[in-house]
Design a binder for this molecule. Structure first.
Ligand code: HEM
Length: 275
């Protein structure tokens, strides 16, 4: 094994022999290691070799170790899981979205039928479509709860301002996912709700009419609008969200998380002049 191979993690190390038991290495008696012990040792050795091979080329173990053994502030509690829960909701949306995209057709003549086909004909289609539909609501609820947690715990303050700003952009993009996705089933409700939403955007000062034209892909709502919403919904916005989540998590790893406000910071010791 190479010199760079990291020490085996605890869970991969063979258990020490119990008193009076053979340790499998011949030190504690003459009996050879049993077949089970040999297999376990071989598996451990092979795993260590694979890990060592990867680490020698990627040098990832210091990074992994720094993150896995990172100290978390005192008082960390369930509220701190809301960010990871939002991340899980996003991953679930991405996975179910890929399966939906295998059958959905962003064509004004076919969109409604293809969505109905997913629900009625495709194996587990109704489940996957339901997960995607309800998952979008779950993600929006979770992102607001996470925002409330970080706001109430004062986590937006120095040095985490960039994290907060990225968070605000993530919130806007998540809402934009909801808007662009709503049109895709192309039934009466989705068509008219999106028309109203686009008209609302059009009423914004200065940029409003341009924004509405961009969303519609022209002056009228039609085929161009549907393919535009589809491209935004499955390519551009999720790509941006994924990249920004990466930056957001990098900052979490770099700066750590804020301790809850009810924990008073430890008093700094004063010097002889009382400063
Ligand atoms: C896709 C959306 C988001 C994901 C996946 C996400 C993920 C995370 C995760 C995993 C953490 C660390 C654990 C935790 O504190 O919960 C975190 C921390 C943080 N997030 Fe988010 N987040 C998202 C959106 C937002 C939004 C909308 C805001 C605020 C506008 C925000 C602001 C913050 C801040 C300030 C921290 C640092 C918390 C601290 O220092 O205690 N995030 N985020």
């Amino acid at each position: 094994m190479s010199k760079l191979t990291p020490p085996l993690p605890k869970f991969l190390r063979p258990a020490p022999p119990r008193p009076g038991e053979d340790n499998g290495a011949g030190h504690n008696g003459d009996a050879a290691p049993s077949r089970g012990e040999k297999l376990r040792e071989d598996a451990t050795e092979k795993t260590a070799q694979v890990v060592g091979w990867l680490d020698e080329r990627s040098n990832l173990s210091p990074l992994l170790r720094a993150n896995l053994y990172r100290k978390v502030p005192k008082g960390t509690n369930w509220f701190y899981t809301l960010g990871s829960a939002t991340l899980f909701a996003f991953v679930s949306q991405a996975v179910t979205g890929v399966f939906l995209a295998m059958y959905y057709e962003p064509d004004t003549a076919r969109a409604y039928e293809s969505a109905a086909y997913i629900t009625n004909e495709v194996f587990l289609g109704e489940l996957v479509r339901g997960m995607h539909k309800w998952g979008s609501t779950v993600m929006i609820i979770l992102i607001f709860l996470h925002l409330a947690r970080t706001f109430l715990f004062g986590a937006y303050k120095y040095p985490r301002e960039i994290q907060w700003i990225i968070g605000v952009v993530l919130l806007v993009l998540t809402l934009a996912m909801g808007l662009t996705g709503y049109l895709l089933p192309f039934d009466q409700r989705s068509f008219w709700a999106t028309t109203v939403a686009v008209n609302l955007n059009a009423s914004a000062p200065i940029i409003g009419p341009y924004l509405a034209d961009f969303m519609r892909g022209g002056a009228e709502f039609g085929a161009a609008s549907l393919s535009r919403f589809y491209a935004l919904h499955m390519l551009l916005i999720p790509g941006l969200i994924a990249a920004l989540i990466g930056a957001h998590l990098y900052l979490v790893a770099k700066l750590g998380t804020t301790a809850p406000p009810w924990l008073k910071p430890e008093k700094k010791s004063l010097n002889s002049e009382g400063i």
